[in-house]
Design a protein around this ligand. Structure first.
Ligand SMILES: [Fe+2]
Ligand SMILES: [Fe+2]
Length: 275
C-alpha cells in the first residue's frame, strides 16, 4: 500500500495567484497531481490534510476539483483552518464521507490494509484547531469499532509546538485530551498532519507524527521565537507512506515534484561500479 499526502493547497477562486502573485497555488496543485499520476507504482490513495481553499469559498473548492478530479486514485479530504465545512460540502457533494455528521467532517475509510481515520480539527473562523468532547467521543467510538485493525489518523493541526512560533500559536488545542483517547487505542500507528507547510517529524503520544511537506509555498524555517510570519519558495515535495510488503513497516519518504538531475546509474553495463 502506498499513501500520498497533499496538504495546504490554498486554492483561490478562478485559479488566481496568492500572496501578490508570488504563488500560483493552482499550477502547483496541477503539477503535484501529474506527479502522483506519473509514479510507478502509483499511490493507492491520496490524503488531503486541509487548507484546500484559501478563504473557504465554494468557488475555491470547485477550482481545486478541476485539478483533484484528475487524480487517478481516490482522495479524501479533511478541512483545515482556511476551510469552511458547508462550502466544502457544496463543492464535493459526491464525497459522501463528508456528510456523516452535522457538526464536523470526521470519518473512517475501511477500503485499505491500513484503516484511514480522518479527524476534523477545524474551528469555524479560527486559525487554531480543537478537539472538544463531541469529536473525542466520536473518535473513541470509531476506534472501538476495529481495535485490531492497524490505523492511520490524519488531521490538519499538529498537536504540539515545533519551534515555528507563529504557527505554534495556532496548533491543536485539546491535544492532551486527544492523547488520552489515543492511549486507549494502540492500533493507531501514526498520525499525519498538515498546516505547517513543511516536513516536520516527531514522536507524540508514543507514535510518529508526520507533518506534510509542501508542494506549495513553505513556511520559512526560522526557529527564532520572534521570527515574523513568512513563506519561502522551496523545492516542491510530497510525503509518501509506504507499507512495506515484507516487513509490514510503514515507511515515510519524500518525493520531489519537479524534475531533478537523474536518475544516473551506479553501475556500468558489465556490473562494475562507475568510477
Ligand atoms: Fe495552510
Ligand atoms: Fe492551516
Amino acid at each position: 500500500m502506498l499513501i500520498a499526502q497533499l496538504t495546504d493547497l490554498h486554492i483561490k477562486a478562478g485559479g488566481k495567484t496568492a500572496y501578490a502573485g508570488k504563488v500560483d497555488t493552482f499550477a502547483k496543485l496541477e503539477r503535484a497531481v501529474a506527479h502522483l499520476n506519473g509514479m510507478r507504482p502509483q499511490p493507492d490513495v491520496v490524503l488531503i490534510t486541509g487548507d484546500i481553499g484559501d478563504f473557504g469559498l465554494e468557488a475555491e473548492y470547485r477550482q481545486a476539483r478541476l485539478a483533484l478530479d484528475g487524480l487517478q486514485m481516490p482522495f479524501y479530504l479533511v478541512p483545515g483552518n482556511h476551510d469552511e465545512r458547508g462550502e466544502l460540502r457544496k463543492a464535493f457533494p459526491d464525497h459522501d464521507y463528508l456528510f456523516r455528521h452535522n457538526s464536523h467532517l470526521s470519518y473512517t475509510i475501511d477500503d485499505f490494509p491500513v484503516r484511514l481515520v480522518g479527524l476534523d480539527t477545524s474551528v469555524p473562523g479560527k486559525p487554531y484547531g480543537l478537539i472538544e468532547a463531541e469529536r473525542r467521543e466520536w473518535l473513541d467510538a470509531a476506534l472501538r469499532e476495529k481495535p485490531q485493525q492497524r490505523s492511520l489518523l490524519f488531521m490538519h493541526h499538529p498537536p504540539v509546538a515545533v519551534g515555528l512560533n507563529h504557527m505554534d500559536v495556532q496548533r491543536l488545542n485539546g491535544a492532551g485530551e486527544l492523547a488520552r483517547v489515543l492511549n486507549q487505542h494502540r492500533q493507531v500507528e501514526l498520525i499525519l498532519c498538515g498546516h505547517l507547510h513543511r516536513p516536520v517529524e516527531f514522536i507524540w503520544c508514543g507514535r510518529p507524527v508526520y507533518v506534510g511537506s509542501a508542494h506549495n509555498h513553505a513556511v520559512t524555517l526560522d526557529l527564532n521565537p520572534k521570527a515574523p510570519p513568512s513563506f519561502t519558495l522551496e523545492a516542491a515535495m510530497i510525503r509518501l507512506l509506504y507499507l512495506h510488503p515484507q516487513s509490514g513497516i510503514i515507511v515515510s519518504h519524500q518525493s520531489h515534484v519537479d524534475a531533478c538531475d537523474g536518475p544516473h546509474p551506479f553501475f556500468d553495463q558489465h556490473g562494475r561500479l562507475i568510477d
